[in-house]
Write a protein that binds this ligand. Sequence first.
Ligand code: SAM
Length: 382
Amino acid sequence: MGKSSKDKRDAYYRLAKEEGWRARSAYKLLQIDEEFNLFEGVTRVVDLCAAPGSWSQVLSRVLIKGETFGRAGWSQKQAATKQHVLGLDKDEREETTASAVQAPKPRDNVRIVAIDLQPMSPLEGVTTMRADITHPSTIPLMLKALDPDTYDASSPTSSSPVDLVISDGAPDVTGLHDLDIYVQSQLLWAALNLALCVLKPGGKFVAKIFRGKDVDLLFAQLKIVFKRVRVAKPRSSRASSIEAFVVCEGFCPPVGFKASLDKPLGAGTQLSTDTPMDTAPKEQKTVQRTVRADGAVELDFGTEDEEDDPEEGGQRWIAPFLACGDLSSYDSDATYKLPKDRISLDPVQPPTAPPYKRALEMRKLAGGAYGKTKGRTIKDKA
Ligand code: SAM
């Protein structure tokens, strides 16, 4: 499939190149922000599984350059697109565009740390780290990157915790659904444990999930440490994909809880019966542990004030699901007709060292996909 056919099939792929984003994923974060006002009051962020860096670009543009997207105002270009779709006349269009474009308001003391297995090209104001988020050694590295001047290796805790942790982590998909969902859930778990190490009370956590059959259990587990857990499906994420994002707000760690990748949330005694889960008495949560006749342990994550909250729906808790992104934004499953004279742009930032690079080199050496050189295998040539 060529660049231009992908341009036609994927409006966000095309738009990302036109608007200078390293990946189409940028729109997922922007659309989540549009719905949840994610960046409000945020200055310190950790971006996990960040390469090639479009989410970090969004962070850099919003926090450091002070540009406004989301609820606070869409970019001029997109405001114009929206108005076109809404059928406004020229005067109305100019008026709305002008109100959508606000003067940049850079924020003070911004700190953005981006981590990925893959190397990432530099970005203004973003500290990039090459590390595995599932490895315990990544925690001290992350803490040091967050507070390079005050970090104390003998007491590796975050002196100034972060407002937001985001994770777009995804394994190389195999097509075996159960396996993909499992590996993805391991990444999510690792991201959550890193988040628990650095989030400040009240902080937010956004992470990619694959909606498998046991996803409700995950939501209930997240609900132990966050006041509000919702699932978002941005319009830029294909409807056909099982991908969605958990948006967790109001971080409320269990009293005395210390996170680590060695001893993650849920292991050992960290979820013991009646452990108070919140410092605020009104929202104090308990985990009821019942040992069934067959020896299995059932955990009930009910909260005391659930009945009072219609959104939460009593003891059986189902995470609210929100489709986000303005209806006038592109539909990621639609094919758009492009003008004949349109030139297909190159990606803004090709992957620096993608995992498939070696395979491509080997295929090239072998003379193409079907190994044009008779009698010689790919291995012989490489
Ligand atoms: N949010 C990114 C952006 O906007 O450019 C795109 C992220 S991409 C969908 C998924 C990333 O997860 C890949 O770059 C991959 O290297 C990274 N990843 C997968 N497993 C990882 C791990 N164990 N530790 C760190 N990064 C990982």
